[in-house]
Each structure stands twice: as C-alpha cells, then as structure tokens.
Design a protein around this ligand. Structure first.
Ligand SMILES: Cc1ncc(COP(=O)(O)O)c(C=O)c1O
Length: 447
C-alpha cells in the first residue's frame, strides 16, 4: 500500500482534475451529477494506484479488459520491442509479422475452421464488422432478402449504430431508436445456481426462436449471442445445452451464427473461449478486450473459410468495403501475441480454476443471505443480484460503488447486479480482501 512514487508530488491529482474538468468528456457519465474521477498514476498486477498512492483492487479488470494483470513485464517488453521496429503501417497493400502471426495463432486456438481474421479496433467495431459480413454474405451468395438480425433481450454488443441496434432492449439507447436497424429480439433463458425453472425457460426461448424461423426464417441473415454470459446486461448466464440447441436450430434454417466473445473470450468463463463449453462453432466470432490483455485497443472478427470465400471474385463489389486507420496495429498485435504466450507460460487456465474454486466457496455464503438473489458463477466471474438495489445508476447501486471505491475496491454494480471479474493474477490474500469488502458493502446497504 501507499508506495506510489507520485505521492511525492503534491498537487498532481488537483492539477489533472482541473484540466479534466475543463476539457474531458467521459463515457457513460452524467457530468452534471457525477463527482470527480479517480486520478490513476500507476498500476501493477491486480491493483491500480491513485495519485496519493492509495491502492484500488481492480475487481472488474478495468471494464473486463485486464487479464494477466496490469503492467506485466513480458507484455511491456513485447510492446517496447515492437515500438523499436515500427509502430504502424496501413493495412491495405501492406502486412507485417505481428498481424500474420497473431492471425495464425488465433486460428490455431479457435475451434473448427474459424480461421480468417479481420482486424479492427474495439468490441463495437468487431461486432459492426460481423454484421456487415453477414449482411453482404447473403448479397454475395444471391439471397439478398436475408436482412433481419436476431439478438437476445438484455444483450449488449457495443455503441456503434449496428451494435447498438442489437442491444435495443436497453433503455440506454433510447435517444437513437430511429437510427437503428431491424432486429428481432428473443428472450434469454437466464439461469443461476439453484434455478429449478431453467428447463422450462429454455424451452420457451427455443420455441420462440422456432416460431420466428417458421414465420420469417427465409428473411433472417444472422443470429448473434454472447455465448454463456451476457455481460453488460447483468452477468446473466445461459447453459451450454441451450447454446448448442440454438445453434442447431439456426443451422437447420441456414442462418449465419455470430458469437460475440468480446467479454467472454480469453479465459473469463473458465475455458479460453466460452463456445468450447457448448461444443459448437459459429460462422463468425468477435473478440476484443482480453485479446491484448487490456493493453491496447484491438479487435478481430474471425470467419469460417466458407464465409470468406463468398467474398472472393473478379470485381471489387464482392469484397468487404470496410477498414480502419489503425487496422491490425503492429504494437497491439505484438502485445496480443505476448498475451497468448502467457496463457501457456503462466498456466493461466489453472489460475482461473483456482479463482473459480475460491468464488464457489464464497457463493455459498452469499446465497445464504436474505438480501441476495440469483447467485451465479462462471469461470472467473462471480455475480449476485442485490434485492434492495434498483436499476442502472440507481441511488443504491451508486452508494455501493462509492462505498467500495472508498474501501479500495473497484467494484461497479450493473444495476442490481454485483459482480467480481478480477485479473487472473489476483492473489489469495487479495481475493480474501475482495470478499470481505463485498460483504461489508452489502451489510452497509442493509443498515
Ligand atoms: C459482449 C460485448 N460486445 C461488445 C462490446 C463493446 O466493446 P467496446 O466497448 O470495446 O466497443 C462489449 C463491451 O462491454 C461487450 O461486453
């Protein structure tokens, strides 16, 4: 604790805050009511350090991006090495080793023939790319009437227009409703520990999908789902058996399947990719966040070869007209490669299994509380609903967030949902501290 060298520079936080208040527009923030943000000057492993040197355990992995821990020496070295060679080059007409190596490594790690990698910058763009590929795929293969997208209620796929349309169930996007594209929304059979109605709910969701297929199956381009775990929708789980059946139905109707593994990818659910637990392979998968261990903005949309082949031809109009200035940034690709190597070197999946075992013991204690509902656990993620807490940005959830921050814990409720999704390097002692703080916050809310 309190060993931050910046502590020696009094006034730093106030200087930063003065400039921030004057010139910065923060994401998902009502500047009219929100207090000052925390000025971070350093981070290491599972902890952030503010300008006074106070430690904050990063229990949500900085929006689920940080995997191996902050400021990992091997990733830092890979970044410096690549910076010494070159920082960027446009990616049409040029390529480089970090991108080719990363695409090859991802193709080897992903199941089935998911092997054609399109690079972009963040989760939203990876979804946007998947939607555009799915839409144009049907034009290219001569079935242009397939234009409808199918998504799940409570889903969150990002903030660009297409991605936002898929999350249209969320109140957050109401100002943009008229800009959104056509999406049919299915119910998600969200489940939890001790749920005795899971079968019934799954059957309901599957028959809703079957009814939609019977009615409009020939007009549907693609189905998109966050496999096993809806993140921003409130850490809602569905079972692998549901995912498997869903994919079977979509395949039966010839619809493209997109898995949004932006949040679930790179170990969060206990396996490298969530889809492995259901034994199914989508046509397109979106990855970001943990791809670069939380270091750099980078995303990929990975397609099966058959999808890619539909874009081949003699004329440009069959090609995918999409790209970004920073597509396949070499620094980010080098960092992603270093991160993938760490999964082997540090036996990261075993670390995640250890976190899961600790979470399981904690979950029993949480489930026994009167003020807690729907306990859930998947891989490194523990989640509960707090009965007394209201919706997104409710007074109770803000009170909890403030309480945790004041106690050195970065735990940010998603409406009534409290969850822990720590970096995989978190120690036993830090987990103990996290659980104790979590409980204390709940007790405070009740008092
Ligand atoms: C499942 C999922 N898809 C897409 C996104 C959007 O990613 P980004 O915020 O990097 O654009 C998120 C972000 O939380 C996500 O959880």
């Amino acid at each position: 604790m309190n060993d931050d060298p910046n502590r020696a520079r009094p006034g730093l936080a106030q200087e930063v805050l003065a400039r921030d208040r004057r010139h910065v527009w923060h994401p998902f923030t009502q500047h009219g009511t929100e207090g000052d943000p925390v000025v971070i000057t350093r981070a290491k492993d599972a902890s952030l350090f503010d300008a006074q040197g106070n430690e904050i355990l990063d229990l949500v992995s900085s929006w689920w991006t940080c995997t191996h821990g902050h400021a990992h020496p091997k990733i830092n070295a890979a970044l410096a090495r690549q910076a010494g060679l070159f920082e960027h080059v446009m990616f049409a007409g040029f390529t480089h080793q970090p991108a080719a190596d990363l695409a090859t490594a991802l193709a080897a790690l992903l199941p089935g023939d998911l092997g054609r990698v399109f690079f972009s910058d963040d989760g939203s763009t990876s979804v946007e790319v998947a939607l555009k590929i799915a839409y144009q795929y049907w034009i290219n293969v001569g079935e242009p009437r397939r234009r409808i997208l199918v998504a799940f209620d409570g889903g969150y796929h990002g903030d660009t227009l297409g991605a936002m349309s898929l999350g249209r169930g969320s109140q957050m996007f109401s100002p943009f409703r008229e800009l959104m594209c056509k999406v049919c929304v299915l119910p998600l059979p969200a489940t939890f520990e001790g749920d005795d109605a899971a079968d019934e709910r799954e059957a309901g969701a599957l028959s809703a999908f079957e009814a939609l297929l019977a009615d409009r199956g020939q007009s549907i381009a693609a189905l998109i789902i966050e496999p096993l775990l809806q993140g921003a929708g409130g850490m809602r789980l569905c079972r692998p058996s549901f995912l498997k059946r869903l994919v079977e139905l979509a395949r039966g109707a010839g619809i493209l399947v997109i898995f949004d593994e932006v949040a679930t990818g790179f170990g969060r659910t206990g396996t490298l990719f969530a889809m492995e637990q259901a034994g199914v392979v989508p046509d397109l998968v979106c990855l970001s966040k943990g791809l670069t261990a939380g270091y750099m903005p980078l995303a990929v949309t990975v397609a099966r070869e058959a999808v890619f082949e539909a874009f081949l031809g003699e004329t440009f109009d069959r090609a995918l007209p999409h790209g970004h200035s920073f597509t396949a940034n070499p620094l980010a690709c080098a960092v992603a490669l270093a991160s993938l190597a760490l999964f082997e070197e540090e036996k990261t999946l075993e670390r995640i299994a250890r976190i899961n075992r600790r979470h399981r013991a904690m979950l029993a204690e949480l489930a026994a509380r009167e003020d807690v509902a729907r306990p859930r656990l998947l891989g490194s993620i523990l989640a509960i609903d707090v009965k007394a807490a209201g919706g997104y940005q409710s007074a109770e959830s803000r009170r909890l967030r403030d309480f945790y921050l004041a106690h050195g814990l970065n735990i940010r409720p998603l409406g009534p949902t409290l969850y822990l999704m720590p970096p995989y390097c978190i120690t036993e002692e830090e987990l103990t501290r996290a659980y104790a703080g979590l409980i204390e916050g709940l007790d405070t809310l009740g008092s």
